[in-house]
Design a binder for this molecule. Structure first.
Ligand code: ARG
Length: 474
């Protein structure tokens, strides 16, 4: 025998047990490792086993699998799950993925019954089911963590409902706002993020099992039974679509990219506010680190890291979109590449939310600094214009008069509230002593007393309303 023939002979004896029938040579060792997914898809072992249990029950119900075989499969799967749980399970790259590792081990334990489990099923519908089960569970965790953060924001908003700070546009002091109001803005962003996750979870909750490789199966399967036992709303409607599309994973990554974008904006503000130049807040020491060379430094690492991690989540979204783009129906091996972006997104989002939920309630406001900053930059100029409008001046004329007042105040290096009545009357004879009520920061925020406004009274009302919303949605 030539060496080549010998190799072939040796190869034939070792071809993969799961699909080796038509193969005459062993998979190249590198290709075997290159195409394997077991190192990462083993994260879904519980879902894979849950799917197998239900699939076996269904096969038994429609009389394709005997009672004895079903009992053996269920016992065997319990043992496999226990072995994986206690770390004694040996994952094998030669068995490629989580599905074949589990099935092969099951067969080692229970013999022929294990080989009957895959009747009327393919890894294509199996993996599509596993990811949905896995994501569905994990999204609940994400939502819980987001809500914990929302609760923290409401606590801070309530405690700081009266705290005055400058509100910004273009990062220039614009009008005074309350810190509580600012926290409620963050709350709203997260509320929309949570609803995006809920939408995506609801659309995802359809059962692909039964689609088999792509065309369905010739066995008299009961897909409704399978779907119901696995907690899905219904079986998916089209077998080709079921095994191929990963739009639900893309939606999950899109919702996550949006959430991380929100967290990155919050992070940026925390970084700015905790800088010496702003000095609006104190981040708790346990969320910061020092510098190895500059002894005075306290760096806002957690918000910075969350801001940075937004990049990988946005990247994961683009990965999945690109992965799916132009894929012909039905299943293609490309789809194996969906898992790492999904898992990485999950880990990143859960970690970032956890860090924020722990950190937010511990933030301390430096009230005097915020107040002093709000007094700079003529942030009550709009209030003066509104005052003149209330006295009968058209808004454009009021805008003009206040503009001149600001110019004079700047020249004299004073705030508008520090100009004398005489000076102020020089800009409009309609100005009286009562003008000083609107020129104060307290008067300014208190006057914005409508739904969505920054008045302390509104903030307190909005906190109650938001808390009810949170409780209702549990
Ligand atoms: N490991 C594969 C994946 O993640 C499972 C499905 C494989 N199907 C196949 N026909 N090769 O997508």
């Amino acid at each position: 025998m030539s060496t080549e023939d010998q190799k072939k002979q040796a190869g034939k004896a070792q071809v993969n047990q799961s699909w080796g029938g038509r193969f005459s040579e062993q998979t190249d060792a590198f290709v075997e490792a290159f195409t394997a997914s077991v190192e990462f898809d083993q994260r879904m072992y519980r879902q894979d086993i849950a799917g197998s249990r239900v699939h076996a029950r269904m096969l038994n119900k429609v009389a394709v699998l005997s009672d004895d075989d079903l009992a053996a499969i269920l016992d065997g799967l319990d043992q496999v799950e226990a072995e994986i749980g206690n770390g004694s399970f040996e994952w094998s790259i030669a068995r490629e993925d989580v599905h074949m590792n589990i099935e092969a081990r099951l067969t080692e334990i229970i013999g022929d019954a294990g080989k009957r489990l895959h009747t009327g099923r393919s890894r294509n519908d199996q993996v599509a089911t596993d990811i949905r089960l896995y994501l569905r569970e994990q999204i609940v965790q994400v939502i819980n963590e987001a809500k914990r953060l929302q609760h923290g924001l409401l606590g801070l908003a309530e405690a700081e409902a009266d705290t005055i700070m400058p509100g910004f546009t273009h990062l220039q002091a614009a009008q005074p706002v309350t810190f509580g109001h600012h926290m409620l803005a963050w709350f709203e962003m997260l509320a929309r993020d949570v609803s995006r996750y809920e939408d995506c979870s609801a659309r995802m909750n359809m059962c692909p099992l039964g689609a088999a490789a792509l065309a369905g199966t010739s066995y008299p399967i009961d897909r409704e039974f399978t779907a119901e036992l696995l907690g899905f709303d219904a079986p998916t409607a089209n077998s080709l679509d079921s095994v191929s599309d990963r739009d639900f994973a893309i939606e999950f990554c899109a919702a996550s990219a949006m959430l991380m974008t929100h967290l990155s904006r919050m992070s940026e503000e925390l970084v700015i506010w905790s800088s010496i130049q702003f000095n609006f807040i104190e981040l708790p020491d346990r969320f910061c680190t020092g510098s190895s060379i500059m002894p005075q430094k306290k760096n806002p690492d957690v918000p910075e890291l969350v801001r940075g991690k937004t990049g990988r989540v946005n990247g994961n979204l683009v990965s999945l979109l690109t992965l799916m783009k132009s894929q012909p129906l039905a299943y293609n091996k490309d789809n194996q590449e969906d898992k790492e972006p999904i898992f990485d997104t999950l880990d990143t989002v859960l970690g970032s939310l956890r860090a924020f939920a722990d950190m937010i309630p511990a933030i301390q406001c430096k009230h005097a600094n915020m107040y002093a900053a709000a007094r700079q930059g003529f942030s009550t100029a709009t209030d003066l214009a509104d005052y003149l409008v209330r006295k009968g001046l058209p808004f454009r004329d009021a805008h003009e008069a206040v503009g001149s007042a600001v110019a004079v105040a700047m020249e004299q290096q004073k705030d508008l509230s520090e100009l004398s009545l005489e000076v102020l009357r020089g800009f409009s004879a309609m100005i009286d002593e009562d003008v000083y009520e609107v020129l104060t920061l307290e008067g300014s925020v208190a006057s914005r007393n409508h739904i969505g406004g920054t008045a302390p009274e509104q903030v307190r009302r909005a906190v109650v309303e938001a808390r009810n919303r949170l409780l209702e949605s549990v």
